[in-house]
Design a protein around this ligand. Structure first.
Ligand code: SAM
Length: 443
């Protein structure tokens, strides 16, 4: 087997990320863009000792679950790596990803919580701009590349976001604003971030290399899109892949938009972490709260709490809740959200969970702990303290089941058992899946 070799194969199954799987010359071969039971021509793209990667180049016998051809997939953003399968199959792939990664028996596995909206659900988009041969292009990056697919329409964000994008692009062309070139580190306009709430309030952040007078653009945007409540400029003059610089300058309207999650209000600033799919976020939090079986006598910790959106929703059901979060701005935000919602039984602590949790060991009995860590999962030091605290119930929310599994195994080896798992489809059309697992301490 060599790179670029072509083979005709039948796809035997899906792997956890939705790649097709087949066997050639005793190697497992993962096939991008191919579906179970399809006959396809594949091209080898990467070879290892026991396995190889490939991409489907021709569909010879099509699966009834395929909804996009290979040519159509090429025009999509890298994020939508399951856009070619029907939604039922997508959900099955995601359920299997969670189940086959957990690989344990004797616990309750719930069906995936599906999304009513599988397109246009994102409440935050970052859109890069480039100048290609004198033409201003904007859109999203092609799969596995740094080339932008030029489009004014993003099927994952709202129609209003697409309109804002179109107006910005037209302004840049008409007013001759130079586009940033990462190779020469010259030009002004780099990228735009658009955020919105469920009530259709919009925030626009113009990311530029150097200061520019955007008065005319603000007039255009705010007269054409009444939903825009806030416009910022972010000046990033560094030659870097980090998109946002630290300083944000408000050039129009309010400094925030306000999101409502399960009846509570949350202030959203340019850098605030918020789940990207509002409706699924509400279902995720509701399921986590259901699994915790909370009551008014309980004391709870919400680790990795961000702006406090789970913490304050937990507060409604318990005696007292502590939120721990490393980003100082997020904690300021969480405390403001606490006031905004007149909640007095929540307390926020700023710092790394692995350092701060120790301070809660002498605050009386903690009944339940929620974790919602970033993709890399929990710090082992943090898990050690949780184990030593003998907290009866753990609700582990994760956007990366591989690291959650690593942490679940540590907990199981230290006296916990897995009770229940629910996958949640937070990122439709992409192979990423959110999950909630519950563990309890064995007597
Ligand atoms: C996946 S987000 C969850 C936020 C929140 N639970 C929500 O649903 O919006 C993970 C959060 O963990 C925070 N974080 C990352 N590492 C941390 C650490 N070591 N200690 C505390 N917080 C951390 C991040 O800043 C981020 O806000």
């Amino acid at each position: 087997m060599k790179l670029d070799d072509l083979y005709n194969v039948t796809i035997e199954s899906f792997d956890v990320n939705g790649y097709g799987v087949c066997h050639i010359e005793n190697k497992v071969v993962f096939v991008e863009n191919a579906l179970e039971k399809e006959d396809v021509e594949i091209k080898i793209t990467n070879i290892h000792k026991k396995y190889a990667f490939s991409i489907a180049t021709k569909i010879l016998k099509k699966s009834p679950h395929r909804i996009l051809s290979l040519e159509e997939i090429d025009k999509l953003s890298g994020e939508c790596d399951l856009a070619h399968v029907d939604y039922e199959t997508e959900c099955l792939i995601k359920e299997n990803k969670v189940k086959n990664t957990i690989r344990l028996d004797n616990y309750k596995f719930n069906s995936i919580i599906k999304s009513d909206k599988i397109y246009n659900y994102r409440n935050k988009v970052m859109v890069p701009f480039q100048n290609i041969n004198g033409n201003v292009v904007s859109g999203f990056y092609e799969r596995k590349s740094h080339n932008i697919i030029d489009t004014d329409f993003d099927m994952m964000s709202s129609e209003i976001a697409s309109k804002i994008l179109y107006l910005i692009k037209r302004y840049l062309v008409l007013f001759n604003v130079s586009i940033y070139d990462e190779k020469t580190h010259s030009g002004i306009f780099r990228e735009v971030m658009i955020r919105n709430t469920i009530n259709n309030d919009y925030m626009v952040v113009l990311i530029v290399k150097e200061n520019h007078d955007f008065k005319r653009l603000v007039e255009i945007l705010t007269s054409e899109v009444k939903e825009i409540k806030s416009i910022y400029v972010n000046i990033n003059d560094k030659k870097t892949n980090v998109i946002l610089a630290d300083e944000f300058r408000l050039i129009y309207g309010d400094n925030k938009i306000v999101e409502n999650i399960l009846g509570l209000n949350f202030e959203v600033f340019p850098k605030t972490f918020m789940q990207v799919n509002h409706d699924q976020c509400e279902k995720l939090y509701s399921e986590a709260i259901r699994m915790a079986n909370l009551n008014k006598g309980m004391n709870v910790i919400d680790a990795y709490c961000g702006m406090g959106s789970i913490t304050l929703n937990i507060a409604k059901h318990v005696n007292h809740v502590y939120g721990i979060e490393i980003v100082e701005d997020a904690i300021i935000n969480a405390n403001n959200n606490k006031k905004l919602n007149n909640i007095d039984n929540a307390e926020f602590i700023c710092g790394a969970c692995e350092d701060e949790i120790v301070k809660l060991t002498n605050k009386g009995k903690i009944d339940v702990i929620f974790f919602d860590p970033p993709r890399k999962g929990c710090d082992p030091k943090f898990l050690d303290v949780v184990i030593s605290m003998k907290i009866e119930k753990i609700i582990y929310i994760s956007c990366n089941i591989a690291t959650a599994k690593r942490d679940i195994d540590i907990l199981i080896n230290n006296g916990y058992e897995l009770n229940e798992a629910t996958p949640v489809d937070m990122f439709s059309r992409s192979s990423h899946v959110e999950s909630i697992t519950t563990l309890t301490l064995k007597n």
